[in-house]
Each structure stands twice: as C-alpha cells, then as structure tokens.
Design a protein around this ligand. Sequence first.
Ligand SMILES: Nc1ncnc2c1ncn2[C@@H]1O[C@H](COP(=O)(O)OP(=O)(O)OP(=O)(O)O)[C@@H](O)[C@H]1O
Ligand SMILES: [Mg+2]
Length: 299
Amino acid sequence: MNLDQPAIEVDSLVKRYKRTTALDGLDCAVPSGAITGLLGPNGAGKTTLFRSLLGLTRTDSGNIRILGQEIPARLAEVTKKLGAIVEEPGTIRALTGRVNMTVAADQLGFGHERIEELLEFVGLQADAGRKLDEYSKGMRQRLGLAAALVGDPQLLLLDEPLDGLDPAGQMAFRARLRDLADSGRTVVVSSHDLADIEALADYVIVLNHGRLVTQGPLEDLLSGAATRVVTPSAEEARTALADAGMDVRLDGTALIADEEDGSRVVRVLAESGIYPSEVGPARSTLESVFLGITGDDQG
Ligand SMILES: Nc1ncnc2c1ncn2[C@@H]1O[C@H](COP(=O)(O)OP(=O)(O)OP(=O)(O)O)[C@@H](O)[C@H]1O
Ligand SMILES: [Mg+2]
C-alpha cells in the first residue's frame, strides 16, 4: 500500500443536483497497490464519486487527480489504464459472454488475446458460450469484472461489485481482487455493507452526506484506543468504570471501556473490589466504528 503516491486524489469536490448536494466538499485519497473500500450508507455519494472520477458526470467545483492527471481535463490520458463497473455492467444481453468480451475489448481498443484467460479468471469459461439472457445476476457480475479487466488496467473502480453474489461467489470475487492488488493494481470497491469491506479492504474511506467521515488503513480504524474487560460482575464493573468517567458499552459478555490504559481500568475495578478474569486492548469491528461515526442513519 503506497499513500505517498496516491492513485486517486480528491480535493474539495462538490457535485450538486437540483435538490441534493451529492458531494459536499469531499476530500480523500486512494493509496496505490491496495484494495480501498469506499463505505457509506445509501445516498452517501459513492456512485456519484465513481461517476465523477470516470468523467461520466460534471462536478461543480474541486479537483480530481487520477494517476497524477487532472480529471476531467486529462481523462483521455488515463482511460486506457482504468477499468470500471459502475452500476449495471455495460453488457449486451442478446450476446454470449465471450462475444460481450470481444465487444468490450473493441470498444476500448484492446486486442482479444486476454479474453479466454479472463473468462477463466472469473470462473466463466464453461458458460462463455451462453447468452447473457441466460446468466444469473452473479454470472453477469463476474462477466462485468472480466470485461473491466480486458485492458489489464492499473486502476479498477468497482461500484458495489459484490451485490447479488452468493457467499461462495463473494469469496471467489474477493480472492480475484486480492490477486489483482497483490500484482500491484489499485482496486476501489464501494459497498454499504461493513462486513464486505472488513473482509476485503486494506484501506477504508467512509463517506456520509457527500463528505469524508474518516479514512485510513483498516487496521488503524479497527484498533481504537479502548480496553476490553471480562468479569462475572459486569453490572458492578460497568457502574464503577462509568463513575470513573469512562464510556462503557457491553460487547457480548465483555465490557468495552473507552480507556487506552488497561492498568487504569484494572485499578478502578480493584478499588471497587472487582477482579476481572480478562483485560486487554479492544479490537473494534468496523460496524462499531461506523455506527460511532455516522450515528444511527446507516443505510
Ligand atoms: N441523477 C441524479 N439526479 C438527482 N439526484 C441524484 C442523482 N444521482 C444521485 N442523486 C442524489 O445524490 C445523492 C448521492 O447519491 P449516490 O447514488 O451517489 O449515493 P450512493 O452512495 O451510491 O448510494 P447507494 O448505496 O444507494 O448506491 C443522493 O441523495 C441521490 O438522491
Ligand atoms: Mg450507489
């Protein structure tokens, strides 16, 4: 993951529709050579951001740089290095998977030599001779990924690519994206599903109401400064910690106190005659991070 040379830089980006400000001064950066999860509830601005990056919609103000080039002014310089799925993959239902791949390659001005390899990469080789009409949603999704990869892009922008895939399909899709990142590509994946992003991303950008809520390596977002305590006297412990000014919540049978210093937690409990069976740093889930930041209006 390389943050010194971001693949995408977005600076004070504003996109207004008649009634909505879809992007409201958004600042964020996507590290190169990693998988970035773009996370936000419905209506947060994820698709609008992708459309802006791809020059599919005009923004009102702010700056975008992709692979060092100003967008949209120098979009032509980078299009050959970009692969994308934004909303429904742009495929033709009456044609077979394989023919759709050739159409995608022709449209982008690439040869056909990688098509079989890509169909195999997404696990569609056996179905490549069937028309898309006969494809399930998951199969169309996988074809969309294969088509996005036809020019061997350096940067992949995937809007909700896991949507509609069954668990096995999601796992296979994630593994493919990991292969791409391991070989130095930059992948950006949007989702409103925290578990998707937690299972996939190296770096996370959280959006809400068209603004950046937080961004950073997944590990940093998950290792918050809190202490986890297990004790049979959870209620008394909770009261004691709260009386000492800590914010305390229940996590299963454990308590999570917003105090980084575990020894202080132990001291407060001991002063109340409580001796915990376990004390250690709390590892938050992305869900708790997300709910903590966005409040209860998660989509
Ligand atoms: N073409 C449009 N005309 C008017 N408003 C739009 C248009 N496209 C998006 N919006 C508005 O912009 C805001 C952001 O929408 P966007 O589609 O970017 O959200 P999203 O994060 O992709 O949501 P979802 O998770 O539902 O896909 C929403 O309030 C939406 O209603
Ligand atoms: Mg969307």
